[in-house]
Every structure is written in structure tokens, then in C-alpha cells.
Design a protein around this ligand. Structure first.
Ligand SMILES: CC(C)(COP(=O)(O)OP(=O)(O)OC[C@H]1O[C@@H](n2cnc3c(N)ncnc32)[C@H](O)[C@@H]1OP(=O)(O)O)[C@@H](O)C(=O)NCCC(=O)NCCS
Length: 139
């Protein structure tokens, strides 16, 4: 059974492991030193975390990470997480949601969820990997 919700304190370790496994880094850990507020949206399948998104905001609302475990991909979990992110942003009074992704990342996925490319940043991820800043207006 799929359930989308907000990370509980006892799920922190599972989220960090998931981010490292899928992304090779943990934006949840990295953003902990920034002057931002944070929330993590999680997708639980039969009580286990199948995917998550770290959200952070001050004057701008950003999806700092989105990751779904390999074995759960392609069944709408990423879409369900991202819809919940929009809901959280709206509840907090934001009218847009920002994210950054490598240009060889899931750009089509984000475009299909209404994001548009705002700017192109050369070498954003080092090693010649450029990135895109994307935004979706939600109001
Ligand atoms: C991107 C990601 C979150 C999507 O999760 P998911 O649960 O598979 O998403 P959904 O099942 O809701 O949607 C799948 C759709 O996204 C598309 N998609 C997924 N990854 C993609 C990629 N790298 N490039 C283009 N399209 C992609 C699929 O083709 C599929 O399209 P379809 O519905 O037309 O068949 C997941 O693939 C993932 O964790 N990828 C690795 C981590 C990553 O790249 N995160 C984003 C960092 S910015």
C-alpha cells in the first residue's frame, strides 16, 4: 500500500540512506547547515520508504532532492511525491517551486509535471556536467 506523508523523526536514518544510495549524496544532510526551513516528503510502501524529497525554503521554495528506489520506479511514486511537494508549497503560501537538475537528469519528468527551464548553468555539478534551474508556478 502506497502512502505519501511527511518524514517522522524515526525515519531520518532511512531517508539519509536512501538519498546516498540513489543520489550518491544526501541533500537532507547538506541542507542541515543552511539557514533554511526544511521538510521531507516520503513515500511509504507497506511501511518502508520507497522514495523521498527534501524540501527547503526561506524566501524561495525548493525541492533539494527527489529520489525513488530503483525497484519502485515507473509506478507513479515520483509523481505522487512531487504532487505532495506542490501541496506543501501552497500550504506555506508559495506561488512557485524551484529545483536544480543535471542536464542529463530527469528533465522530461520535470517538464511533464509543469516545470519550465529558467536558466542553464555551465559546469554546475563539476566535471563538465551542466545543470538546469527549473521552476513551476503553482498558483
Ligand atoms: C526521477 C525519479 C524520481 C522518477 O521517479 P518514478 O517513481 O520512477 O516516477 P514516476 O513513476 O512517477 O514517473 C516515471 C516517468 O518519469 C520518466 N523518467 C524517470 N526518470 C527519467 C529520466 N532520467 N529522464 C527522463 N525521464 C525520466 C519515466 O520515463 C516515466 O515516464 P512515463 O510516465 O512517460 O513512462 C526516479 O527515476 C529517480 O529517483 N531517479 C534517480 C534520481 C534522480 O535522478 N533524481 C532527480 C535528481 S534532480
Amino acid at each position: 500500500m502506497l502512502e505519501i506523508g511527511i518524514m517522522k523523526s524515526e525515519e531520518v536514518e532511512e531517508v539519509i540512506h536512501l538519498e546516498y544510495d540513489v543520489l550518491g549524496i544526501s541533500p537532507f544532510v547538506a541542507t542541515s547547515v543552511l539557514p533554511v526551513k526544511r521538510k521531507v516528503v516520503v513515500a511509504r510502501v507497506d511501511g518502508k520508504i520507497a522514495g523521498c524529497a527534501t524540501l527547503c525554503w526561506n524566501d524561495r521554495f525548493e525541492i533539494a532532492s527527489l529520489a525513488v528506489k530503483d525497484e519502485y520506479r515507473g509506478s507513479g511514486i515520483g509523481a505522487a511525491i512531487i504532487e505532495k511537494c506542490f501541496e506543501v508549497a501552497k500550504e506555506l503560501g508559495f506561488d512557485s517551486v524551484w529545483l536544480e537538475t543535471p542536464e542529463n537528469g530527469p528533465v522530461e519528468f520535470y517538464l511533464s509535471h509543469g516545470f519550465c527551464v529558467k536558466s542553464h548553468v555551465r559546469n554546475m555539478y563539476g566535471d563538465g556536467v551542466s545543470g538546469l534551474k527549473m521552476v513551476k508556478h503553482i498558483s
